[in-house]
Design a protein around this ligand. Structure first.
Ligand SMILES: [Zn+2]
Length: 345
C-alpha cells in the first residue's frame, strides 16, 4: 500500500514537471532585463505576448532566471501618417496592461518582488507626444512607467538622436523641461538613443537636479564604435550619478563591422563598463524582441544563464554576477526611498 502511494506521488510529480527541478538544475542567477520589446511584437508585429518572436517566451522565463523586465511602450513612427500620437501610446499601454494581467508569470507594473513571478516596469522609447506638464508626467509614473526614453532613432522636439546623418543636436528647452519634470516625479531618464550632445545635456541636468540617468540598452563605444554606444566619459558620468548601463545583445552594437557579435563580446562589454563606470553600473538590456541579431549563445532568454556561467568561469564572484544581471538594475528601478509624486493641494 505504502509503495503504491509513493508510485502515485512520483508519477504525479513527473506529470507536473517537478522532477527536473528536484533532480539537477542549479538555482539560476536572477535576471532583470532593462529592455525587451514585447509590446512592440505584440502590438505591431502580430506576435502573442506570451511567445513574442521566440526570444523572450513567458513559459521559459522562470527557468531562464528572469525575475524582472522593463517593457517599452514603443510606437513605430510610421503607424499613422501624423506620426506618433498620445492615443497610440495610450493604446500600447492598455494592450500591455491587459496582456500582463493574463500572462503568468508576469506581475502588474511596480516593485513587488514575489517568488515564481516576474516584476515588470514600463518605459517609453520616444515620448514626444507627451506634454512636459507636471500632472501628465505624474500620471504616467503612476501607471507604471518608470523609465522615460524621450527620443528614438530620429531627432524630435526634445532634442537630438544618435540616428545617423542628423548632426549632433542638443537638448531643447522643451526637452529640458520634460526631463526636469520626470526627475521630480521620481522617473528615470534613458539616454540609449540620444545624440552625444543631448546625452551630455541630460547628464548635466541630472547633476543639477539630483535626477537619475540610465542607458537601458547601449554598449561602450570604446569597444564597439557605433553612435548608439556611449563614450567612456558618458559611462563614467552615468556611474557617478548612480545609474546603470544595460548591455545590448544586438550584433551591430557589439561588432559594428561584421554585425556578428559573440558571447565574448558581451563579456568584454560588461568588463569594460565595470572598469570605467564601476561594477555598480553594469546591467543587462538585451533588446530582445526588437528585431536584433544576438550572438548564437544568447539567442533566447535561456542565454542569460549561459552568460552568468561564463562570467563565473572567468572568475567573477557569484555575488558580483548577481549584481550585474539584476541587483544593480533593481537598485535603480526600486530605490528604497521611492515615493509617489507629491500632491500639492
Ligand atoms: Zn532601442
Amino acid at each position: 500500500m505504502k509503495r503504491s502511494a509513493w508510485t502515485v506521488a512520483i508519477a504525479l510529480a513527473l506529470s507536473l514537471g517537478w522532477a527536473p527541478r528536484l533532480v539537477a538544475e542549479p538555482e539560476p542567477i536572477p535576471v532583470i532585463d532593462l529592455h525587451v520589446d514585447l509590446p512592440y511584437q505584440n502590438g505591431y508585429k502580430g506576435a502573442s505576448f506570451s511567445e513574442g518572436s521566440g526570444q523572450f517566451r513567458a513559459r521559459e522565463l522562470l527557468r531562464a532566471g528572469v525575475v524582472g523586465v522593463v517593457l517599452p511602450l514603443f510606437v513605430p513612427k510610421d503607424t499613422k501618417p501624423s506620426g506618433r500620437t498620445k492615443a497610440e501610446l495610450l493604446s500600447s499601454y492598455f494592450r500591455t496592461f491587459t496582456e500582463l494581467g493574463r500572462t503568468p508569470p508576469y506581475q502588474m507594473p511596480g516593485c513587488v518582488a514575489r517568488p515564481f513571478a516576474v516584476e515588470t516596469w514600463l518605459s517609453f522609447e520616444g515620448a514626444e507626444p507627451i506634454e512636459p506638464e507636471e500632472l501628465e508626467i505624474q500620471s504616467w509614473v503612476l501607471r507604471g512607467v518608470r523609465v522615460f526614453g524621450m527620443i528614438h532613432t530620429e531627432a524630435n522636439t526634445f532634442g537630438g538622436s544618435s540616428g545617423t546623418g542628423q548632426g549632433n543636436r542638443g537638448l531643447s528647452a522643451r526637452g529640458a523641461r520634460f526631463a526636469e519634470l520626470v526627475f521630480r516625479a521620481g522617473g528615470i531618464i534613458d539616454v540609449s538613443h540620444t545624440s552625444d550632445r543631448t546625452t551630455d545635456d541630460l547628464i548635466g541636468l541630472a547633476r543639477e537636479h539630483g535626477g537619475r540617468i540610465i542607458a537601458t540598452h547601449s554598449n561602450a563605444r570604446a569597444l564597439a564604435p557605433h553612435p548608439r554606444n556611449l563614450t567612456d566619459a558618458q559611462l563614467r558620468a552615468i556611474g557617478e550619478l548612480g545609474g546603470v548601463i544595460g548591455v545590448n545583445f544586438h550584433g551591430r552594437f557589439l561588432e559594428p563591422k561584421s554585425g556578428e557579435g559573440s558571447l565574448d563580446d558581451v563579456v568584454r562589454q560588461i568588463r569594460h563598463i565595470a572598469r570605467v563606470a564601476g561594477p555598480q553600473a553594469v546591467a543587462i538590456g538585451s533588446d530582445f524582441e526588437g528585431g536584433i541579431r544576438p550572438p548564437a549563445a544568447l539567442k533566447t532568454e535561456l542565454g542569460y544563464q549561459t552568460l552568468a556561467r561564463r562570467l563565473e568561469t572567468e572568475g567573477v564572484p557569484r555575488a558580483q554576477v548577481v549584481s550585474y544581471l539584476s541587483g544593480n538594475a533593481r537598485r535603480v528601478l526600486c530605490p528604497e526611498k521611492a515615493q509617489l509624486p507629491s500632491s500639492r493641494n
